[in-house]
Design a protein around this ligand. Structure first.
Ligand SMILES: Nc1ncnc2c1ncn2[C@@H]1O[C@H](COP(=O)(O)OP(=O)(O)OP(=O)(O)O)[C@@H](O)[C@H]1O
Ligand SMILES: [Mg+2]
Length: 235
């Protein structure tokens, strides 16, 4: 499917219209950003790795009947996705306490939570993505109670599936962020599932295998993204 007009250029991806009004081409860029876009970087091949990992995870989830926007892979850094009306709520699932959660609740960094925590954030860069709950989502007109229930159920299911999968690869799924959108009456997972949007640690060493290496200047972000892709694809 050929790319037509540009629909949206974000920090890590570009979306193009296609001849089919229900389909978009999602292009993964080599750029890395953090702290609401204030910190910028890039490495060659990053878009390809994130496209390959997202493709793998979306296909893996579809096998478990988790609905996603993924249609097919188009090239090294492009996938065809279903066009969604995005719900501006970022859904975060946490299995291990880190970062803001550890600080806010005075939990030891790296503590395994006895029960996963699901959090919602309003996706609005100008407001700094404030944390919200279901009631804000209803009152701000972003989703109905039924939609939020569905989103919560799907996020929990994705957590169970990906956590078990990564565990078999010797990896810990620390936390991750999902975005959902509507296609008619259906609610699908959109956007991406990559080390930009997940925290993943090596099970034995707790080595960080995600964007935190870039956020906190730990070095080797390109190496761990490549290693993660290899381990996920079991090469
Ligand atoms: N299937 C889809 N249909 C329509 N929009 C989508 C779909 N999947 C993802 N999007 C949206 O496309 C954009 C992807 O851009 P990108 O992730 O690069 O930037 P961003 O979300 O604006 O910034 P950042 O991710 O750095 O906060 C996001 O706004 C995302 O919500
Ligand atoms: Mg984004």
């Amino acid at each position: 499917m050929e790319k037509k007009d540009l629909l949206y250029e974000g920090k890590a991806k570009i979306l193009y219209l296609t001849e089919d009004q229900d389909m978009l081409v999602q292009v993964f860029k080599d750029d890395l950003t953090a702290f609401n876009g204030t910190k910028k970087g890039r490495f060659q091949g990053k878009g390809g790795i994130c496209n390959a990992l997202s493709t793998f995870f979306f296909e893996y989830l579809e096998n478990y009947h988790v609905p996603t926007h993924f249609q097919k892979s188009l090239s090294e850094n492009e996938m065809l996705v279903r066009r969604l009306e995005m719900i501006p709520v970022e859904v975060v699932v946490r299995n291990i306490a880190t970062a803001t959660l550890a600080k806010t609740y005075n939990l030891e960094e790296g503590k395994v939570l006895p029960y996963p925590i699901i959090e919602f954030f309003l996706k609005d860069d100008r407001l700094g993505d404030p944390m919200i709950n279901e009631h804000h989502a209803y009152a701000l007109g972003h989703a109905t109670p039924e939609e939020m229930r569905m989103i919560t159920r799907v996020a929990s299911k994705v957590n169970a599936i990906l956590k078990a999968f990564l565990d078999r690869r010797g990896l810990l799924l620390v936390d991750f962020k999902l975005e959902f959108g509507k296609s008619g009456k259906d609610i699908l997972i959109g956007d991406e599932i990559t080390p930009d949007t997940c925290r993943i640690w090596d099970k034995k060493t707790n080595k960080k295998m995600d964007k935190d290496r870039f956020r906190y200047d730990m070095g080797g972000v390109d190496k761990v993204y490549k290693e993660l892709l290899d381990r996920v694809l079991n090469q």
